[in-house]
Design a protein around this ligand. Structure first.
Ligand code: PLP
Length: 384
């Protein structure tokens, strides 16, 4: 019997990526200028139906730029989820603002009822400003994360943002390709509903450029500002005039060449991920469901168990890589003293979720092996 190692999530780079990157190298357009960058931005814009897109070095850089361009700074507070990857929250610290941590709902995304509860109970809204009673700081923005390709409750998020004059940032780094297929936002892609959205092309995301990110928005001026800030805030093409402090966050043509090849495969990847998700279910592995009325990208699969650590250890011993979900950010050293609001479900999911292999190049036999090992473990763990 083969005991090949099954990784959690690895890239799939078998399309035109090599052709395009070879072209970039042959023409020597390897840096932050070149046609692949423009093509990649245009292709993304067409796909997600946004007004525009700005390619940058990483999803983290994209979130940072989104906050800076929206004028979020040292006196401000930003509502963030407790259960997410830390890169969604660190940019709040980069701009000197203070995060307030929220619980998740059963989609693993931020619980919008609790966000509303926080705004109502712990803040005062007057003169168009939401102010946290405890700190006297203005709550200026909310970062919603579309966890594992699922989508947050965007109707509610937009209502809250409108009611309390909050800038709505969508961390769609895990949800490129997910969209809403019913209701008020029918046809809208993750990342294009709020004020600004961010995608990531890190190696484990649904498509990759090695490392990279993209900011999308329907606000042309905001995108222009983000592009300007991402290229060192250059105010004159020749004479090194910089009226603002910018960043070296622009994507390179090499990354964009890979990204363009990957974009051609995105819908195929989503189809494979959906098929594999269903196959796990058919094999008796219950996974956390994606939200109704959405077409998720099925990026990551979440299995719930009472024996998280033992299961991870067991699967590792038989050559299957899995991982727990993220440690709650409000429990991590840099954020321990921050305000958190009624965190309950996030703790439970942190204790119980295990992400299981979800790469697009898994074979049917791999899925069968993962499923049978999980079932074997659960039978033993449950003592029969
Ligand atoms: C991957 C990820 C990011 C950061 O993206 P990078 O491109 O790795 O910087 C941010 N937020 C979440 C939720 C992510 O999963």
């Amino acid at each position: 019997m083969s005991r090949e190692f099954i990784p959690l999530s690895v890239p799939n780079i078998k399309g035109n990526e090599l052709k395009y990157i070879t072209e970039a190298i042959k023409t020597e357009w390897v840096s932050t200028g070149g046609s692949f960058i423009n093509d990649f931005e245009r292709r993304t814009t067409e796909y997600v139906k946004s007004v525009g897109a700005v390619a940058c070095q990483s999803g983290t850089a994209g979130i940072h730029l989104a906050l800076v361009a929206n004028g979020i700074g040292a006196d401000d507070t930003v509502i963030v989820p407790a259960l997410t990857f830390i890169a969604a929250v660190n940019p709040v610290s980069y701009v000197g603002a203070e995060p307030v941590f929220m619980d998740c709902d059963d989609s693993l995304c931020m619980d919008m009822d609790k966000v509303e509860g926080f705004c109502e109970e712990q803040c005062i809204f007057s003169d168009g400003k939401l102010v946290n009673k405890a700190t006297g700081r203005q709550v200026k923005a909310m970062i919603v994360v579309h966890v594992f390709g699922n989508m947050a409750d965007m109707e509610k998020a937009v209502d809250i943002a409108n009611k309390y004059n909050l800038i709505l940032v969508e961390d769609a780094t895990e949800a490129l390709g997910s969209y809403i297929n019913k209701g008020k936002f029918e046809g809208k892609y993750a990342g294009t509903i709020g004020n600004v959205g961010i995608y990531s092309y890190n190696g484990n995301k649904i498509i990759t450029t090695g490392g990279g990110g993209m900011v999308v928005s329907n606000d042309d001026k905001l995108l222009e500002r983000i592009r300007y800030l991402s290229t060192q805030a250059k105010d004159d093409p020749l004479y090194y005039i910089h009226d603002n402090i910018g960043y070296n966050y622009r994507m390179t043509n090499l990354q964009a060449a890979v990204g363009l090849g990957q974009m051609e495969k995105l819908e195929d990847f989503i189809k494979i991920k959906e098929k594999n998700y269903r196959m796990y279910s058919d094999l008796g592995i219950d996974l956390i469901k994606f939200r109704d009325n959405t077409r998720p990208n099925y990026w990551f699969y979440s299995y719930i168990t009472e024996h998280r650590d033992k299961l991870i250890e067991y699967l590792d011993s038989v050559g299957i890589q899995t991982r727990p979900i993220w440690n709650l950010i409000c429990d991590l050293k840099p954020y321990r003293k921050c305000i958190k609001y009624k965190i309950e479900k996030a703790k439970q999911y942190w204790n119980e979720v295990v992400n299981i292999p979800c790469s697009t190049n898994l074979h049917e036999s791999d899925l069968e092996r993962v499923a049978s090992e999980i079932k074997k473990f659960e039978r033993t763990a449950n003592g029969y």
